[in-house]
Design a protein around this ligand. Structure first.
Ligand SMILES: C[S@@+](CC[C@H](N)C(=O)[O-])C[C@H]1O[C@@H](n2cnc3c(N)ncnc32)[C@H](O)[C@@H]1O
Length: 209
């Protein structure tokens, strides 16, 4: 337990946390693959930005999606559009939530449908789908067009090979670096990483112009 492990290197802490998150953790009984430190930051962003629509690319079982919808209800504004190549694992609790719209298909192919649901609104985008470099980069370019100035595009799991010896290489971290070189409208807002521990290092991307 923690008090017996105070000299553990951060790298080992991250690996232990990853194992416990992937066990998996749940939200209202639905598996949610999310670091609690990042979930808290999402809560703060939703409260601060009051997005009309949150687009989550990569739903898995939908625990994270349900949590986003609950936070929208808590602030009294917003709905969630979830995209996944397969929705087979999503339970009725998530499917039947009136604040959640689910779209099944490859993220790059269903973008027009997603955009139709956002209808020019103030959108918060969370990319958490396939984490290979080229897919992530293409998702960032395509879905970033939904984000208004002042809004955020979050790219998850940039911890791959930048904290965890795990995942695609190159992966999300390198896709973010390339995206930021190619798109001057976004900057990494590192103040969103104040807990130090994040699965999204350099991944809180704010649209500045
Ligand atoms: C890491 S999980 C998402 C976890 C979820 N956001 C959460 O917080 O629990 C990644 C998901 O991305 C989906 N996925 C993989 N490739 C995809 C693609 N090309 N388009 C859309 N979804 C994809 C997988 O089916 C999987 O459910």
């Amino acid at each position: 337990m923690m008090e017996k492990m105070l000299d553990l290197p951060l790298r080992d802490v991250l690996h232990r946390m990853q194992a416990s998150i992937m066990q998996p953790s749940t939200y209202r009984g639905v598996p949610a693959l999310k670091s609690p430190t990042d979930a808290w930051v999402y809560d703060e962003l939703i409260h601060e930005l009051r997005p009309d629509v949150i687009v989550e690319v990569g739903v898995n079982c939908g625990g994270g999606t349900l949590r986003l919808a609950d936070m929208c209800r808590a602030v009294g504004h917003g709905k969630v559009v979830g995209v996944d190549i397969s929705l087979a694992k999503v339970p009725a609790l998530v499917r039947d939530d009136p604040s959640i719209t689910l779209i099944e298909g490859p993220a790059l192919d269903v973008f027009d449908e997603v955009r139709w649901h956002t209808n020019g609104a103030n959108v918060l985008v969370i990319e958490d789908s396939a984490h290979d470099f080229f897919h992530t980069l293409r998702v960032l370019h395509l879905y970033s067009t939904l984000v208004h100035v002042g809004g955020y595009l979050i790219c998850e799991d940039s911890i791959c090979h930048h904290g965890l010896d795990h995942g695609p290489k190159p992966g999300p971290y390198e896709a973010i670096e390339t995206f930021l070189q190619e798109n001057q409208s976004f900057v990494a807002d590192r103040s969103r990483e104040r807990f130090l521990v994040t699965w999204n290092p350099n991944g809180y991307l704010k649209r500045v112009n």
